[in-house]
Each structure stands twice: as structure tokens, then as C-alpha cells.
Design a binder for this molecule. Structure first.
Ligand SMILES: Cc1cc2nc3c(=O)[nH]c(=O)nc-3n(C[C@H](O)[C@H](O)[C@H](O)COP(=O)(O)OP(=O)(O)OC[C@H]3O[C@@H](n4cnc5c(N)ncnc54)[C@H](O)[C@@H]3O)c2cc1C
Ligand code: SF4
Ligand code: SF4
Length: 416
């Protein structure tokens, strides 16, 4: 039987940002800690009160990130390009995450898996659950691309006395979970991560779909693809592709109105404190082939990879282009108000991005650096007093090559 959170559905999923964050600190992604019994632990676990990423990383790996890709992707023992054999076409990509959770239960390695279903009557509103059977984990397939209080389910884990669990979630959730791990009384914890950026509340997701898609009500799957387009799959199987540059962000009130302040202050796109993270950002195209990329971060992550290995097909990386000139130009754009260019210019930009833009791993580096820069500027503009506590040191190291341009544009050093 699936046990769901005791908080009423409309509270966990359907509320606007304003209602959802009432009474919370200024920066909150509703990770689930403050909705339940663990609320008194907020100060010691919240990534937006005190970002302990580097301290927790040291505990997990015995070291911090080295210069190079680790500054963007996090520490890992291995990185693989993979897909399920056969691909699960009902999943977000190929079904790696749900298969892993289901296998852990099938083989008796865990007693429960914390994952995210869709709230009844909705396609996208996230409902965290404690899955006790492989079928219940499989039923969590597909993104519900909204903030979700998954850690609230720890109350149910404690109440039911489970000692071996797996957790599937995003970086802000994993930070809090790692910070509290030693106090949870668990014998075994597998931390399986999704990369995450620009998450939003459910009402704002619906607003986005209305503006971005020609038929918002029939969208059954959406992803921001590596070809600089959002792909919407509709109920009848057709795919609608919208260039990033054509999205009317100002029609949504701009990024700062669309995304919660917490997601604009988030610096862990690749979910660096997991045992294993599975995304798509650096995986090769075309998307129809459903290749994913996986970071095996810890010994427990290696165990997960071996568990899954017989069901996987391994692929190879690709990379191309040079992100650095574009990233330096992006810094200038961050200062200026966002105005959507005229249609012919957008068409040209979209063509340039697809044909000349960074590809494969270089595309992933480019996207992550853009988010680090944008979010650093956001924190400095609106939450400057918090910078010392919420921006981890690796951010400044990762962006060091842009320091001169940053200083020219913002008339202050990149470093704190
Ligand atoms: C909000 C969000 C943003 C993401 N952004 C990126 C990104 O920018 N770049 C990137 O490379 N990858 C991103 N991902 C991950 C990616 O889209 C796929 O989910 C991942 O590659 C796994 O695919 P799969 O087929 O193995 O997953 P599936 O087997 O389909 O399983 C999906 C899993 O996601 C979990 N899930 C669904 N919604 C949520 C939610 N709201 N919060 C927490 N967990 C949830 C479910 O529990 C389920 O187990 C994001 C995922 C989410 C949920
Ligand atoms: S992000 Fe989590 S820990 Fe932080 S304030 Fe929000 S619910 Fe609490
Ligand atoms: S963008 Fe960051 S803060 Fe927002 S839900 Fe994702 S991991 Fe959490």
C-alpha cells in the first residue's frame, strides 16, 4: 500500500508561490523539512540557511571538488552514458531511476522508496509517497516539474519503523537529507538524485504551459532539450518544438517572477551529494534515442550501478564547440533588461544555437555556468547579506575565467 503525506493535497501541490512560502524564511524550496516533525532541524539542514555543501562533500568523499569539470558536475567515481534496455517510453527518459528504485525493493535491499507520484486528478502536481512495492516505484515514472516536499515523507518512515530506504530527489532535498542523515536512525540509505534547475510551483508551471504551448491541456511530457528547444509531447503522440529564444519569458513576468527565489539561489544543478545522479544534460542527441548520463559518486552508488548494469546499454559521449565566448557575452546580457528580439532575429539566433552552439558535454558545462552566474547575480541583487552563507566556494572557482568580464560589467569583483 502506498502511504501518502498527511498534509492536504491542495497544500503540498496546488498552492501559489506566495501562499506556499507564507511563514517560511525568504528562501525556501519547500523541500519537506518544515512541513513535518523535522521542522526544528531546519536551521541545521536547510541549504538556504547555511549551504554546507562543501562540508558534506568532505564527509562523503574525503575531499572537495578539484579544478575542471568537477567544479560544475560534482565529485564522481565514474560518469556513464546509459539507457535502459529496453527503453521505458512512459518514463521521463529511459526509466533508469524508476528501474533502480524497483530493483532495490525487488531484491530486498530496502523496505521503502521515497519518490514522487502525480497528485490525483492532475498530470503534473507532485505528490511525494513512500513506495513499498516495485509497482509503486514504477508508477512514479516521469517528471512532475514542480517543487515537491519529498522530505516530509521521513515522518512516515520514522512512524513505520523502516530502517532501510532509498530516496529519489533534487539537490536542495538531498542537502537537507545528508545534513540530517546521522540522526535519522537508518541502517541503510540510498540517495538517488535528479539534476534540477529552474523548478517552479504547480500554478506557475500551468502558466508556463499556457504561454509556451499551442495546446497546453494535451501536453503529456515536456523537456528542455540539448538542442536549445523545449519539446512538448501531446496526447496524440505529436511533438511540438519551441525554440528557447522564442519563449515569452517577459509574458510570464520574467524569470524572477516565474521561479521561486530559492531556485534562483540554488548552486547544485547536478545534485552533487547523492550516491548516484541521473540526468540528460550532457547525453548525446537525438532525444528520441533516450540516452541519459549518470554520475556514480560513492561506493553505494557503485553498488546501485552494478545492480542496474544487466539492464543497461552503454553509450559514448560527444562534445563540440566552445562555450566560453558565449558565456562571457551572457554576463553582459544579465545586466540589461530582457527584451524579446523581433521574430527574424530570434529565428537566426535559434539557428545559430543549434548549428554553432556547444554540444554534448560542452553544452552541459555552458548551461550550468549560465545558471551559476545568473543565480549569483540574483543573490547579490536581492539577498546580498546571505551570500557568505548560501554561495559555496566552488561557484567562484568555476567562474574564475570570467572574472575580468564580470568586474567590467558589474563594477565589483567576481569573488566575495
Ligand atoms: C523538477 C525536475 C527538474 C529536472 N531538471 C533537469 C535538468 O535541468 N537537467 C537534467 O539533466 N535533468 C533534469 N531532471 C532529470 C531528468 O529530467 C529525468 O528525470 C532523469 O534523467 C531521470 O529520467 P528517468 O527516465 O530515469 O526517470 P523515471 O524513471 O521516469 O523516474 C523519474 C523519477 O523522478 C522523480 N520525480 C518526479 N518529479 C519529481 C519532483 N518534482 N521532485 C523530485 N522527484 C521527482 C520520481 O520520483 C521518479 O522516480 C529534472 C527532474 C526534475 C523532477
Ligand atoms: S527549503 Fe526546506 S528546510 Fe529550508 S525553509 Fe524550506 S522547507 Fe524548510
Ligand atoms: S532548482 Fe534547486 S532549489 Fe529549486 S527545486 Fe531544484 S534543487 Fe531545489
Amino acid at each position: 500500500m502506498t502511504t501518502t503525506t498527511v498534509r492536504p493535497l491542495h497544500e503540498i501541490a496546488l498552492l501559489s508561490q506566495a501562499e506556499r512560502f507564507k511563514g517560511r524564511p525568504k528562501l525556501c524550496s519547500d523541500c519537506g523539512i518544515c512541513g513535518g516533525e523535522l521542522r526544528p532541524k531546519m536551521a541545521q539542514s536547510c541549504v538556504f540557511v547555511n549551504n554546507k555543501h562543501e562540508e558534506l562533500e568532505l564527509k562523503l568523499h574525503g575531499r572537495n571538488r578539484r579544478d575542471g569539470d568537477e567544479l560544475l558536475f560534482g565529485i564522481s567515481r565514474a560518469i556513464h552514458v546509459i539507457r535502459m534496455r529496453p527503453v521505458n517510453y512512459e518514463a521521463q527518459w529511459s526509466g533508469v531511476i524508476t528501474t533502480m528504485g524497483a530493483l532495490l525493493l525487488e531484491q530486498g535491499l530496502v523496505e521503502g522508496v521515497i519518490c514522487t507520484h502525480a497528485a490525483p486528478g492532475t498530470r503534473w502536481a507532485p505528490l511525494p509517497v513512500l513506495a513499498r512495492t516495485p509497482e509503486e516505484v514504477r508508477a512514479s515514472a516521469g517528471n512532475k516539474p514542480c517543487i515537491s516536499p519529498n522530505l516530509e515523507i521521513l515522518d512516515q518512515v520514522r512512524a513505520s519503523g523502516l530502517k532501510r530506504i532509498a530516496f529519489i530527489g533534487t539537490g536542495c532535498q538531498v542537502h537537507a537529507l545528508r545534513a540530517l542523515e546521522d540522526e535519522l536512525g537508518l541502517e541503510r540509505l540510498y540517495v538517488i538524485g535528479l539534476p534540477c534547475t529552474d523548478n517552479t510551483s504547480y500554478p506557475d508551471l500551468l502558466r508556463f504551459l499556457k504561454i509556451a504551448s499551442k495546446s497546453p491541456d494535451t501536453v503529456v511530457h515536456q523537456e528542455f532539450m540539448q538542442d536549445f528547444r523545449v519539446w512538448f509531447r501531446h496526447e496524440n503522440g505529436t511533438i511540438e518544438k519551441v525554440n528557447f529564444v522564442d519563449l515569452d519569458v517577459s509574458g510570464l513576468g520574467g524569470e524572477r517572477a516565474m521561479f521561486p527565489a530559492a531556485c534562483m539561489s540554488c548552486f547544485d544543478y547536478q545534485n552533487g551529494l547523492t550516491d548516484l545522479t541521473v540526468g540528460y544534460l550532457g547525453a548525446p542527441l537525438p532525444p528520441e534515442e533516450r540516452w541519459q548520463w549518470m554520475f556514480v559518486r560513492t561506493e553505494r552508488g557503485e553498488e546501485l550501478f552494478e545492480l542496474l548494469r544487466p539492464h543497461l546499454e552503454l553509450g559514448t559521449y560527444s562534445e563540440g564547440g566552445n562555450r566560453r565566448p558565449g558565456i562571457k557575452a551572457y554576463i553582459g546580457m544579465l545586466r540589461r533588461p530582457k527584451v524579446r528580439p523581433a521574430a527574424p532575429i530570434r529565428k537566426f539566433v535559434a539557428w545559430m544555437q543549434r548549428t554553432k552552439g556547444p554540444k554534448g558535454l560542452e553544452f552541459a558545462r555552458s548551461v550550468i555556468e549560465q545558471k551559476l552566474l545568473r543565480n549569483l547575480v540574483f543573490v547579490r541583487d536581492l539577498h546580498g547579506r546571505l551570500e557568505g552563507r548560501i554561495v559555496p566556494g566552488y561557484v567562484y572557482r568555476a567562474l574564475e575565467y570570467t572574472a575580468e568580464v564580470y568586474e567590467q560589467e558589474f563594477e565589483r569583483p567576481l569573488k566575495r
